[in-house]
Design a binder for this molecule. Structure first.
Ligand SMILES: [Zn+2]
Length: 150
């Protein structure tokens, strides 16, 4: 069994869970694969939301559209996980909630950042990093950016 898993890891170095797109989320995953962060927006009340679903969580309308978000936001909160799941080689790592410029918040990972709570500050500016973990799936991660470079 361990040999089979080692062989699988050689072929596909990403061994973590992969999303399975649904009708409501397919444009989101397609966008990420093309390095675009697409968010759903309500045509009735004009408010964006995340996660994608078949109706607006603000007003209940079902008339939605997709638009390209900036990929910029602020670190709303984070936690450092010192006990990574078995499929991750390295730990610790940073689990984060980012508040996008457009308003919605999304759970993600903070990458290229020290896993040190003394070196990460809430409300810091962040930007998206498109992490192509397989040829089909790109995951949205975020990194800290300097205020001046925004
Ligand atoms: Zn609405």
């Amino acid at each position: 069994m361990a040999e089979i898993m080692a062989e699988e890891k050689k072929m596909n170095p990403y061994a973590g869970p992969l999303p399975k797109a649904a009708v409501e989320t397919q444009p989101y995953w397609d966008g990420l694969r093309g390095h675009k962060l697409l968010l759903p927006r309500c045509r009735s009340c004009s408010r964006p939301h995340f996660y994608p679903r078949s109706f607006c969580p603000h007003c209940g309308a079902r008339d939605l559209e997709w638009f390209q978000a900036s990929g910029k936001g602020r670190l709303h909160t984070f936690v450092i996980n010192h006990r990574p799941p078995p499929y991750l080689k390295d730990g610790p790592y940073v689990i984060a909630v980012v508040e996008l410029e457009e308003g919605p918040r999304m759970m993600t990972n903070l990458v290229d950042a020290p896993a040190d709570p003394g070196k990460i500050a809430c409300d810091s500016p962040v930007e998206i990093v498109f992490d192509a973990v397989t040829p089909e799936v790109t995951l949205p991660r975020f990194r800290l950016v300097q205020e001046a470079s925004r």
